[in-house]
Design a protein around this ligand. Structure first.
Ligand code: ACO
Length: 371
């Protein structure tokens, strides 16, 4: 047995596994996805191209992309029983908990749940990608006693997702901004939620179990939950000067400012945040008031000046979602929906070449006690 010597709190800097899915090359400011730069992809292709790339290790031709979209559309329907259970949830239910419950229930309807072969896992990935947007959107409607909105076959995958959330057909700009948010959230190497999913999958647990574990992880404010907290902070601040005062006050009280800092990027701006900043500006040009953008800029300046910290993706994704008319409670569930392809790709990779995760500890408790 190898000697157990190194302790890295929070597994900081520890290599957890080998992967050919993605890698954060911080020095060169590149998020590598199957050999491509995520930011370049997000400017040039669509979310479903990225889904295809993650699943097939190559970008699709137009035909291949259309076939993927058709396959997804065939699987849009969510069993009525899942929706009935969502309708029973109390109105105080957090949308991430509703999503976790919805996916747990969905597991029982998947005929290949315990088949961990590569082919079956890929089919489950398609089913999850097809049904999760409806569970995300309609769990919110169910909790708020609103009419559920069925999926529309005549819209693109992203436009249908946004339509099921807002009940409105998105403009071309809204559809493309939303699609871009799905891309930047799609995959990001080994964040806590993906690690949680791989740890669960390494016991040969199924994909639905791994995904529900990832949802529990993503809910936390130090991870995906930050995008909702950012928007609540912007709304509380109301104005650019209010934003500066609010952040300074929070820092005085030793509070963390949501949307800033990152374990890997540390003192650099998250490249995904830069893309979302551009998307925000485009939406502002179409939708009027610049005040929201100015508040974000002030926040960015104050944090750089006071703490030397830069925005992460959640800081700029939050106001983009706000301008798209999305309820704040859905920001983190949408993050999960977008990340489903990344998490499922990691589960497939784990199942295909598995080694059980089982680390050791530095024991600090007493020894030699007797009852
Ligand atoms: N606001 C204020 N101070 C901060 C922040 C922040 N957002 N982030 C880090 N710091 C400070 C810490 O207080 C600490 O200061 P100290 O050394 O004086 O005690 C120092 O920076 C280092 O912080 P750590 O917690 O060691 O850094 P870590 O790498 O663990 O943190 C994390 C990464 C958790 C993301 C952190 O920056 C944070 O809490 N950010 C706010 C939450 C957030 O935005 N999460 C989203 C992450 S990105 C995503 O999920 C898409």
């Amino acid at each position: 047995m190898p000697a157990v010597q190194h302790f890295h709190p929070g597994l900081d800097g520890v290599i957890a596994c080998e992967t050919s899915i993605s890698y954060l090359d911080v020095e060169n400011e590149e998020i590598v996805i199957r050999g491509y730069d995520l930011i370049e992809l997000s400017r040039k292709v669509k979310y479903l191209d990225l889904v295809y790339l993650l699943m097939n290790e190559k970008l699709p031709t137009a035909d291949e992309r259309n076939r993927l979209e058709q396959e997804l559309k065939k699987e849009y329907d969510v069993p009525e029983q899942v929706m009935s259970i969502l309708k029973l949830l109390p109105s105080a239910t957090d949308c991430m908990d509703a999503l976790r419950s919805g996916i747990s229930v969905l597991a029982g309807f998947d005929p290949e749940l315990d088949n961990l072969s590569n082919a079956a896992n890929r089919r489950k990935t398609i089913r999850l990608l097809a049904k999760i947007p409806s569970i995300v959107a309609n769990s919110y409607h169910a909790i708020h006693q609103q009419e559920l909105i069925p999926a529309r076959q005549d819209l693109s995958y992203s436009a249908n997702f946004l339509h099921m959330i807002t009940g409105k057909e998105p403009s071309a700009l809204e559809e493309s901004a939303f699609d871009q948010t799905l891309m930047v959230y799609s995959e990001h190497e080994m964040p806590n939620s993906t690690f949680a999913a791989r740890v669960i999958a390494s016991t040969t647990a199924d994909m639905y179990g791994a995904l529900t574990g990832a949802i529990a992880s993503l809910k936390g404010k130090l991870h995906g939950g930050a995008n909702e907290a950012v928007m609540n902070m912007l709304l509380e601040a109301e104005t650019p000067s209010g934003m500066e005062a609010l952040i300074l006050n929070k820092l005085k009280n030793k509070e963390r400012i949501m949307g800033f800092g990152h374990r890997v990027y540390m003192k650099k701006m998250d490249p995904r945040a830069m893309l979302m900043k551009e998307a925000l500006l485009k939406l502002i040009e179409e939708k009027g008031s610049r005040e929201l953008y100015d508040m974000c800029i002030i926040g960015e300046e104050v944090m750089r000046r006071e703490k030397g910290l830069y925005p992460n993706l959640d800081y700029y994704a939050a106001p983009v979602y706000y301008l798209l008319g999305i309820p704040i409670d859905l920001y983190t569930p949408i993050f999960l929906a977008a990340r489903t392809i990344g998490i499922c790709s990691h589960v497939i990779e784990q199942h295909d070449n598995n080694r059980l995760f089982r680390p050791r500890v530095n024991y600090l408790g007493p020894r030699g006690l007797h009852p």
